[in-house]
Every structure is written in structure tokens, then in C-alpha cells.
Design a protein around this ligand. Structure first.
Ligand SMILES: O=C(O)CCC(=O)C(=O)O
Ligand SMILES: [Fe+2]
Length: 318
């Protein structure tokens, strides 16, 4: 039985952005409690336009429908999948040697040539010849989700009585990734023992998931019960990743989640998680103000870059 306290709440971001003092306070409390108890929250009333979501899905469908040889031209050898295409079955969860039943594309932070982080991030790839609208659609969604993530991090900082911008500033020009995922029909592509996305925790600070094209996302609650956590159309599901959890001395859990295989061998699914990362040099280190009397830090300080490299090795991407 799931515990009665377990509830992934839905919050309306406009209450925080435009609401009265009372509405803001309610928003902060409900968002923070939902993150703290479940590692997840659902967000409505945000400014991510449905046209941007639809445009990016359209671009993803067009790209993944291309022949395998064409898609593989956008794979960067030795690049850890940081940009462009990653082929079916390449990524596996930390604890599952079988690759996930998915292929995906990563759009990274697009910075001007002279920016100090430009070289470290590298250039995005764009399938300009095959899907001319891909860049415009996916970058529009990237920026809208990045803006939404910044606001959620402001509210979360206030929930923890930290300075309002202390978490949000970590992601300015951050190494965030928009991942376009295609889960093909099982009848077309399948690996023995494989699941669409095996149980894992996200690496980054928070993840924002515009509603996927089909159900299947589940989280593991504290009683060990898998529970569906699909957002409704227009909602964004947000979850806390390991970087946030570590930075906050485990005050917010990075909840295990997965995407289960569908009953139908014909069903295809697309999703678009936005993994919100700090800049590489940002140090994950629990703020002293967050520690209660006698509470010790559970982790050594580590840069976001070093932490990311450690985790990418564990999931087979580098
Ligand atoms: O496809 C989804 O709904 C979730 C995917 C996911 O959890 C991930 O890529 O980290
Ligand atoms: Fe995930």
C-alpha cells in the first residue's frame, strides 16, 4: 500500500509569478513539500507555449523517421552523446547492462562564439538539410523550459529559506540539455530484457518533462510501489536529480523513475526531458544555512563537471 501522504501535487506557476503574497507562499509550500516527499511535482500555468512543444515533437518525429545511416551521421564519436544523435540501445541505467529501448537527440546550450564557455560546451549539431525547422523549434523549447526551470528553482530556494536566486543562478548559461527521445514500437526494435527506460535517477539539478505523447512514466514511491506520474497535456512534470539532492544534503530526494514497456507492440512514444544543469565550474556543496544543529555534510564538495563525468561513465555514454 502506498502511504497516504504520498501525492505528486500540481502547482500553477502563474501563482508564483503574478499572484498575491498569499498565493506565492502557497505555491512555494506546495511545490517544496511535493518535491521533498516525492521528488516530483507537476507544473501548470507556466509560460511554455504548446506551439513550442508541438513544434519540437514535430521536428523529433521527422528526424527519427530518417534512415539509420542518415541519423548516424549526427553521432559524435567519443562525444558521450552530449550533442546530436545517440543510437538505439546505447544508454543503459547504472544497474542494468541491457540498453534502453530508445534513441535520442541532445540539444545543448547555444552560446555565442566569444562566450567563455563556448569551447567547453562545443557546438550543437543541426539536421538542417533533412529537417530545416529542427533548430528553431528545439531551441525555442529549450529556452522556454530553461526559463521555467529558473523560476521553479527560485521557489524551491525560498522554500528552503535560501537566497531567492541561489539555485537559479547555478543554471545561468548552464550545461543543460534538451533530450528528444523516440521509443520505437517494440515490434520494430527490441533487445531481450530491455525496457524503454530502466529504473534510474536523473544526474542533474531538476528535470522538466513536457507531457509525453503516451503514458508509461512511473516513479518509485517510498513504500517501493511503482506509480504512474504522467502529466496531462499542457502540464510539465518536474523531478529532482542527484545534483540537487547532493547539494541539499539529501533534503530533497532524487526519486527513482522509469518508463515501462507498453502492452501493445505497435505503440510508439516520444518524450522531451529538459535536464537542467549548472555551469561546469559550479560547486555542489550544501549551504551551511541549510544544516540543522549537529547535522554534518554527507558529501565532499564537487564541481558539476566532475560529478557529470563520473555519472556518464557509469551509464556507458563515455
Ligand atoms: O521518457 C520519459 O518520460 C522519461 C525519460 C527519462 O526519465 C530520462 O530520459 O531520464
Ligand atoms: Fe529520467
Amino acid at each position: 500500500m502506498a502511504s497516504p501522504a504520498f501525492q505528486v501535487e500540481t502547482v500553477h506557476l502563474s501563482q508564483f509569478r503574478e499572484g498575491s503574497a498569499r498565493e506565492r507562499a502557497d505555491f512555494i509550500r506546495v511545490l517544496g513539500d511535493s518535491f521533498r516527499h516525492t521528488g516530483f511535482v507537476k507544473v501548470a500555468g507556466h509560460r511554455v507555449q504548446q506551439t513550442d512543444v508541438d513544434g519540437a515533437y514535430e521536428a523529433a518525429r521527422a528526424f527519427f523517421a530518417l534512415p539509420e545511416e542518415t541519423k548516424r551521421r549526427y553521432q559524435v564519436p567519443g562525444g558521450g552523446g552530449a550533442r546530436g544523435f545517440t543510437s538505439f540501445g546505447s544508454e543503459h541505467a547504472k544497474d542494468n547492462p541491457v540498453g534502453d529501448l530508445k534513441e535520442f537527440w541532445h540539444v545543448g546550450q547555444e552560446l555565442p562564439a566569444g562566450h567563455p564557455l563556448h569551447a567547453a560546451y562545443g557546438d550543437n549539431l543541426w539536421p538542417e538539410a533533412e529537417v530545416p525547422s529542427f533548430k528553431a523549434h528545439t531551441l525555442a523549447l529549450y529556452h522556454a523550459l530553461e526559463d521555467c526551470a529558473g523560476t521553479l528553482l527560485e521557489a524551491l530556494a525560498l522554500y528552503l529559506s535560501l537566497p531567492e536566486r541561489s539555485l537559479a543562478d547555478m543554471i545561468l548559461d548552464g550545461n543543460s540539455i534538451l533530450r528528444l527521445i523516440h521509443y520505437p514500437a517494440l515490434k520494430d526494435r527490441y533487445l531481450e530484457g530491455g525496457v524503454r527506460s530502466s529504473a534510474h535517477e536523473d544526474i542533474n539539478l531538476i528535470t522538466l518533462l513536457p507531457a509525453a505523447t503516451d503514458s508509461g512514466l512511473q516513479l518509485l514511491d517510498r513504500d517501493g510501489v511503482w506509480r504512474a506520474v504522467d502529466g496531462l497535456a499542457g502540464e510539465i512534470v518536474a523531478d529532482a536529480g542527484d545534483m540537487l539532492s547532493r547539494h541539499l544534503n539529501l533534503k530533497i530526494p532524487s526519486t527513482t523513475h522509469r518508463v515501462i514497456n507498453p502492452d501493445s507492440a505497435e505503440a510508439v512514444r516520444y518524450s522531451m526531458p529538459f535536464f537542467c544543469h549548472p555551469r561546469p565550474e559550479v560547486v555542489l556543496d550544501c549551504p551551511e544555512a541549510l544544516l540543522e544543529a549537529g547535522e554534518a555534510k554527507r558529501f565532499e564538495p564537487i564541481t558539476a563537471h566532475a560529478f557529470l563525468m563520473q555519472r556518464l561513465r557509469e551509464i556507458g555514454l563515455i
